[in-house]
Design a protein around this ligand. Structure first.
Ligand code: IMP
Ligand code: MG
Length: 173
């Protein structure tokens, strides 16, 4: 059985999301905000975050899966493109966790091809340990140095997304 070590409580998560939502509300006051959640890991974070963004905005979803090709840079597959025409709009990409940064670098490149006016990144967790790509997370709720975490949308082999708080997962050998 894996061991679950509590890391971030429901209360800490909710307090931080309120603060970030208020900041986004201020920053996008005069802009044309489209919040684009990255499937699947962001779905719970996205649902809580948008309830703290109190200016008018629209919500879309994008599906991306990254895999290692024969080249070391890896490749991205868009499994679900955004529904809206994002040209000239202010896109805020919402991710569960930025790890190596590869997924986001490639996703941002794809999104830039849709000609939005701006693209910024909001991530629940900014994990620094294995960062390879140069990526700036504009709105980060929590930073993590090391470890593998689950819960609040984050999975291990598609499980544990339903846990209401964030746990460090220790796999027994
Ligand atoms: P990146 O391309 O390495 O930044 O990959 C980020 C993706 O890897 C995230 O969207 C997650 O799906 C997954 N991931 C990375 N670290 C963790 C973790 O600690 N827990 C759960 N998923 C993770
Ligand atoms: Mg995942």
């Amino acid at each position: 059985m894996p061991e679950f070590i509590p890391l971030i409580s429901q209360q800490e998560i909710q307090e931080k999301i309120r603060e970030i939502g208020q900041k986004i509300t201020r920053d996008y006051k005069d802009l044309d905000l489209v919040v684009v959640g990255v499937l699947k890991g962001s779905f719970i974070f996205l649902a809580d975050l948008v309830r703290h963004i109190t200016i008018d905005h629209e919500i879309d979803l994008v599906g991306a899966s990254s895999y290692e090709g024969t080249s070391s840079t890896g490749q991205i597959q868009i499994t679900k493109p955004p529904d809206f025409d994002l040209e000239g709009r202010d896109v805020l990409l919402v991710e569960d966790i930025v790890d190596t940064g590869r997924t986001l670098v490639m996703l941002v490149k794809f999104m830039q091809g849709l000609n939005p006016r701006s693209i910024k990144i909001c991530s629940l967790i900014d994990k620094n340990e294995r960062r390879e790509a140069k990526i700036n997370v504009d709105y980060s709720c929590f930073s993590l140095d090391r470890g593998f975490i689950v819960g609040y949308g984050l999975d291990y082999n598609e499980k544990y997304r339903n846990l209401p708080e964030i746990f460090n997962l220790k796999l027994q050998s």
